[in-house]
Structures are given as structure tokens and as C-alpha cells.
Design a protein around this ligand. Structure first.
Ligand code: DAH
Length: 346
């Protein structure tokens, strides 16, 4: 076959090859066979010297035209194969299948309850306060009117770190720090945090959480304490919740009270499903926190004038509130870090 005829033959030959090609890899092979350095076109070009000199320029132009045509055919084939591939991928893809969501963590129920309670008090104008978990005897006991060797210190099952240094046994030292910082009334703080006691059984863990509240101004009364606490428990547990105070004792308050709320399961009736309510054990009431009017000795210890200041304080156990709120029966659930439990709060 003469050279020119061979050259012109390349286009139909490629068309035939491309008609059958069904993969991009095979297309690459064909491209190399036609346009590669040792491909059909290159081989024809290398025979240029066989032609008479006068015919060479025309052959060269024809070869370039064929080369462009081949390249265009190859490009069309590449686009077609790309579209076919995409269509095949789409046919395999089922958009109705549920997606695979990445695992997402969630806040711990104790954190959720602490945030919720803090929000309620912040809305009433209380500021968030905090303090160290390793605390001095002064802040944890002395300034709170526990004299040295007072038996009340035993009540607290203290974990001692060093002489005069303890793991705080309650959040009450944050009251002391808040008053020392502000140097005078008004003070309105809410302080969530971890506390530690040498206690471990079914209903006690060596670490647990409390929220401390403190309001100091010039004429704060027990009536305000009752009002604020009533507002708070109604926001947390519902509008119909009632509050009652029972006399109690804390060294840092006088008078001191335990505050109960009407049972959230039996609505204070003491009976549920025709038997004594299991949440309040038939009493109709749930103990929720300790509180009282700030003791004059506490004011003196932080440099506030007990003659002109008055205030209330309260301390609440977060685990207990979380158990009531979410209907959790076993305190240890909070600390086992079982994801089947924790994931329910996301
Ligand atoms: N700190 C007390 C405790 O851990 C709780 C408490 C009671 C805090 C009365 C107070 C309060 O601020 O006024 O048991």
C-alpha cells in the first residue's frame, strides 16, 4: 500500500477500534497504538524519505490533518466512556439508602442538668462562679463557721490532701471565694462543680456534683429564698410543683432548712397506680436541697458587715436532680461510662 493510502486508512481503522472499546484502560492502549511514539502514525512518518522530495510537504500536511482527526476521535471516545462510567456508577448508587452517620458524642447527663440549672439561675440574674477542687481548710470549713475539731467536719467524710488542704467536700467554699472577691454586697452567684467525700456504696460515690447558690444584699429574707427556689423548681420540674421547708442545721446558715418539692411522679399524693409511690416512698415529698440564711460568722470571716448584710445560700446535689429528672434508678450509671446509657442523652 502506498504511503498516502496507508495514512488515509488510519481514520477508518481507528473508528472501527473505538466502536468496540468499552474501558478507559483499553482506550489508552488504542491511543498509544495510533498516536504513540512508535504508533501507526509515527511509523508512517518515519517512511517520509521514501517519497520524492516534491511530494513530502503535501504528505506532511495530510499527516497533520490525520493526526488532528485521530486526536479528536480519541477525545470523543474518552468523553463517551466517562459518561457511561458515571451512568453506571449512578445506577449502582441507591439514593434511598440511609446514610452512614459518623458517631457523634453527646453531653453527659450530669453536665446537661448542671447547664440547665445554671441557665435558670442566670436568667434570674445570678452569675456563674467557680473555685478549686483542691481547697484550703479555711475556705472549705473555717470561714463557713466550722470551728477546728467541730464534729460537723466528720459529717463531711473529708479527703485530706495535706495539712490544711482538702478535696472540697461541698461547693460552699465558692461562696466564701465569691464574697472575698467582691468585697461587699450585692453578690448573686450560682456555682456548679465536683465535690469529694470518703464515701462509696450504692447511693454514694467518692466524687459527685453540687450546685451552690448565694444571694447577699442588704435586706434579703427567707421569703426571697422560698420565692427563688420555687421559681427554680417550677422551671425545672413543672408549674405545679410545691416547695416546703423543714428546719435543719448547717454551721454556715441560721436558720437552716431542708427544702422538699412535691413528688414529681405522684404529684404529692403519695400514691401511684393504687400503691404507695415508689419515688417518694409514699410521703408525697422529695428532699431536694439544703439552704438557709447566711450565718453572721460567715459574713465576718469574709469581711462583710453582718449588721448591714443579709443573704441566703443553698446547695443542691446534681446527681439526685438528674435521677429524678430522667427517672434513673442507680447512681452508678452516671460513672460507668456505658455508651448505651450515655447515648440516650444526645
Ligand atoms: N454544703 C452543704 C452540703 O454539702 C449543702 C448546703 C446546705 C449548702 C445549706 C448551702 C446551704 O449553701 O445554705 O451538704
Amino acid at each position: 500500500m502506498d504511503l498516502t493510502a496507508a495514512l488515509e486508512n488510519l481514520v477508518p481503522a481507528l473508528e472501527t477500534g473505538l466502536a468496540e472499546v468499552s474501558s478507559l484502560a483499553r482506550l489508552e492502549d488504542i491511543q498509544v497504538a495510533f498516536l504513540g511514539r512508535k504508533g501507526a502514525l509515527a511509523r508512517l512518518m518515519s517512511r517520509l524519505p521514501e517519497l520524492p522530495a516534491a511530494e513530502r510537504p503535501a504528505f506532511g500536511r495530510a499527516a497533520n490533518a490525520v493526526k488532528e482527526r485521530l486526536a479528536a476521535l480519541l477525545e470523543d471516545a474518552r468523553l463517551r466512556l466517562g459518561r457511561e462510567q458515571e451512568a453506571a456508577d449512578l445506577a449502582r448508587f441507591d439514593p434511598s439508602l440511609p446514610g452512614r452517620l459518623p458517631w457523634q458524642g453527646s453531653l453527659h447527663p450530669i453536665t446537661l442538668v448542671m447547664e440547665e440549672i445554671s441557665d435558670v439561675f442566670q436568667a434570674m440574674g445570678f452569675e456563674i462562679a467557680s473555685g478549686p477542687e483542691v481547697e484550703t481548710d479555711f475556705h472549705n470549713f473555717e470561714a463557713l463557721n466550722f470551728p477546728p475539731d467541730h464534729p460537723a467536719r466528720d459529717m463531711q467524710d473529708t479527703l485530706f490532701v495535706a495539712e490544711g488542704v482538702v478535696l472540697r467536700t461541698h461547693t460552699s467554699p465558692i461562696q466564701v471565694r465569691a464574697m472575698l472577691e467582691r468585697k461587699g454586697p450585692p453578690v448573686a452567684i450560682i456555682a456548679p462543680g465536683k465535690v469529694y467525700r470518703r464515701d462509696s456504696d450504692l447511693t454514694h460515690t467518692p466524687m459527685f456534683h453540687q450546685i451552690e447558690g448565694l444571694l447577699v444584699d442588704s435586706r434579703v429574707t427567707l421569703a426571697e429564698l422560698r420565692g427563688v427556689l420555687t421559681m427554680f423548681v417550677r422551671q425545672l420540674f413543672g408549674r405545679d410543683i410545691a416547695v416546703r421547708f423543714r428546719p435543719s442545721f448547717f454551721p454556715f446558715t441560721e436558720p437552716s432548712v431542708e427544702a422538699d418539692i412535691s413528688c414529681i411522679l405522684c404529684a404529692g399524693t403519695g400514691r401511684a397506680q393504687n400503691s404507695p409511690c415508689r419515688v417518694c416512698k409514699g410521703t408525697g415529698w422529695l428532699e431536694i436541697l439544703g439552704a438557709g440564711m447566711v450565718h453572721p460568722n460567715v459574713f465576718s470571716a469574709v469581711g462583710f458587715n453582718p449588721e448591714t448584710c443579709s443573704g441566703f445560700a443553698f446547695g443542691l446535689g446534681v446527681e439526685r436532680v438528674a435521677m429524678l429528672k430522667y427517672g434513673i434508678g442507680d447512681l452508678r450509671m452516671f460513672f460507668e461510662n456505658d455508651l448505651r446509657f450515655l447515648a440516650q442523652f444526645s
